[in-house]
Design a protein around this ligand. Structure first.
Ligand SMILES: NC(=O)c1ccc[n+]([C@@H]2O[C@H](COP(=O)([O-])OP(=O)(O)OC[C@H]3O[C@@H](n4cnc5c(N)ncnc54)[C@H](O)[C@@H]3O)[C@@H](O)[C@H]2O)c1
Ligand SMILES: [Zn+2]
Length: 375
């Protein structure tokens, strides 16, 4: 059940988890960060709360969440880790869990992941593993985290062999997205979030894709109404996909459109490329691969390139990515199965394409990828 709530929106995510039905609300409203305490008290009661945030976000919003908790008589402790994708690792996980043990948090505590996708994935993994699992609230503060990573329950850390290779599925009890905090988000980070919104349109909703492309100026100006609409539609699409397949045994793989190439670009750049930037280039190129494979309608790649360029996103791989390095990195990526790298492909803009074998990913011959990307 979704609805309008106090000028904002509420989307309910319903998932079958280990045979049981679970659900949680995603709230999208300006000012939520200062009302967090009461919503958390109702949806995720706990004895004490560990707020996991990177140093940057902790400085900007940590105190506001703490005082909102205190206003409800709730006790919170702020635990920080250094900002940056390269800190989404097991060292940060062990520092955070040690920090929680040190201040005496127990099984009856809950984690509040406050920040971008890095804090969400890392804080989520802490919640999944601390005392064999405690409850989790996501307070996303980047556009990417609001419209994508805070919903769906994937948590984890990167390793030197690749991204997200150690992790767990752990659904939050509540997600609070306050578009007002996006006013402090740097432009490259904001645009990076737009890439995932475009992706939701590209796989399932052509009208959504075109509406983002047509409304970029309002989005760049961070107009609250437009942001609320954007986050709501993306969360709806993601929630529908995850409801059908929580554990990525099939259908959920459609969310990986653009990501096979993106993960390679991110890794090769040493994470100098933002996730959404890499996804943008990845979507243009995976559409081109789809066209070359005869799966994707001709012209799709050109239209995607045009829209993403207008959104100030990269549409090509970095010069430092050569074929040898690229295929080496794919080797290590967990997307490789049975000797083939499989790609999520679209049939046309707004429609993901199932493969002939009924899978949601396509085994594309390496030669075809090589000639599309590197010749
Ligand atoms: N779990 C999932 O389903 C899922 C989906 C997509 C992406 N991800 C993951 O998300 C991560 C990327 O997330 P991200 O792009 O949000 O990066 P991020 O969490 O590193 O945040 C980007 C930067 O913005 C800063 N920041 C955050 N909010 C701010 C604000 N309101 N004002 C000012 N600065 C702010 C942070 O300190 C950080 O330096 C990747 O690790 C990716 O793998 C996960
Ligand atoms: Zn992504």
């Amino acid at each position: 059940m979704n609805g309008q709530e106090h000028g904002g929106r509420r989307i309910t995510v319903e998932i079958k988890h280990d045979g049981a039905a679970i659900s949680y609300d995603v709230w999208v409203r300006e000012g939520l960060i200062d009302d967090a305490g009461s919503l958390i008290a109702a949806a995720c009661p706990a004895h004490r709360y560990a707020i996991v945030a990177d140093t940057q976000v902790a400085g900007l919003y940590g105190d506001r969440v703490l005082s909102s908790l205190a206003g409800e008589g709730l006790q919170g402790t702020l635990l920080k880790f250094p900002a940056g994708e390269w800190n989404k690792n097991r060292e940060s996980w062990s520092d955070l869990t040690d920090g929680m043990l040190k201040v005496g948090l127990g099984r009856d505590s809950a984690v509040i992941a406050l920040g971008g996708g890095v804090a969400g994935d890392l804080g989520g993994f802490v919640a999944a593993t601390f005392m064999r699992g405690v409850r989790l609230v996501q307070i996303p503060t980047t556009l990417l985290a609001m419209l994508d990573s805070s919903v769906g329950g994937k948590t984890g850390v990167d390793t030197s062999a690749g991204k997200n290779l150690v992790g767990a599925f752990h659904q939050p009890s509540l997600v609070l997205a306050d578009p007002a905090v996006l006013k402090t988000l740097p432009a490259p980070q904001f645009n990076s979030g737009l890439a995932e919104a475009f992706k939701h349109g590209l796989i399932l909703d052509v009208d959504y894709f075109e509406s983002i492309a047509a409304g970029l100026d309002d989005l760049f100006n961070r107009k609250t109404d437009r942001l609320v609409d954007l986050i709501e539609r993306s969360v709806e699409i993601k929630a529908d996909v995850v409801a059908r397949d929580e554990r990525e045994s099939g259908y959920r793989k459609i969310l990986n459109f653009g990501h096979t190439i993106a993960h390679a670009q991110e890794a090769i750049s040493g994470y100098a490329w933002l996730h959404g930037e890499a996804v943008a280039a990845g979507m243009v190129l995976e559409a081109a691969i789809g066209e070359a494979a005869g799966v994707t309608r001709e012209g799709a790649s050109r239209r995607i390139r045009e829209a993403l360029e207008a959104a100030r996103l990269p549409v090509e791989l970095d010069d430092e990515v050569d074929a040898t390095r690229f295929f080496e990195v794919l080797e290590q990526d967990k997307k490789r199965a049975g000797g083939h790298v499989r790609y999520t492909l679209i049939g046309e803009i707004g429609r993901v394409a199932a493969a002939a074998d009924g899978e949601w990913t396509h085994a594309v011959p390496e030669e075809l990828v090589r000639s599309t990307l590197f010749d």
